[in-house]
Design a protein around this ligand. Sequence first.
Ligand code: SAM
Length: 296
Amino acid sequence: MTQVRADIATPTRTKDIIRKHGFSFKKSLGQNFLIDMNVMRRIVQSADLDEHTGALEIGPGIGALTEQLAKQASKVAAVEIDQRLIPILADVMEPYNNVSVVHGDVLKVDLQALFQEQFAEMDKVSVVANLPYYVTTPIMMKLLEERLPLKNIVVMIQKEVAERMAASPGGKEFGSLSVAVQYYSEPEIVCTVPPTVFIPQPNVESAVIRLKVRDKPPVEVNDESRFFEVVQASFTQRRKTIWNNLKARYSGDIGIDQLQTALETAEIDPSRRGETLSLEEFARLSEAIGSSYDAL
Ligand code: SAM
């Protein structure tokens, strides 16, 4: 008779696996394992997986989410940094032949090559992960900036960071992270999650966020690095006006007069603060500043 095993994302099975393998959590690697099947279902449903979509997981841990992805996607690749988890994953993933575990730091892995190796037959790939919170932003920026053939990115992250990613102009959460995320995707917070659904419990509230990756950015910019440079400069000191922030960054390069002209051309009142500007306005501003360089 085949034995029906409990899902890994339950307190009993998680504790069994940890005990069996003598595993100890490393706080420095952001190891907080999910032990709640309701939250798990919300994550997997939001990813909208089908037989043409692959799933890339970052940080599989002991495989709680990996197992659910294996049931929904035709192919799962999971990148885990902690060598101690590799044999555990080999053991628990034994029933699934559509899962590949890659040992490595996702920030150093060549994702383009990994996609070619793992997802060559897939139309698109969704990233689905309960991310290690200490590296959320660099991981998300790497995923977005590399222009991988991604459909959705569904991740559990710190609630405060999710709110910043999804913020609209005008609020205090709106900043350079919001602009960057919204340039590449359409973010939507799926649900907020209390610390009690993890072992061990993190010190912060969490949220599941879904980013629908855009085929093309919502605004047209000729020079993306200039666009992000202008965005960064505008938020350098949040309490300062856009004029003061931009003056500190650009007056040495293009001069005060050119900067003033650029703001006029972009139709932006210099007394505004960065957090009130829309993506469209940042795009106009970066084009105008770019033209000032060209005119030098
Ligand atoms: N997916 C599991 C779950 O939901 O229970 C574990 C999630 S836990 C929050 C984060 C996982 O990411 C851990 O397994 C940790 O070892 C791994 N990790 C941390 N930093 C990483 C990195 N730079 N690259 C790949 N994995 C990483």
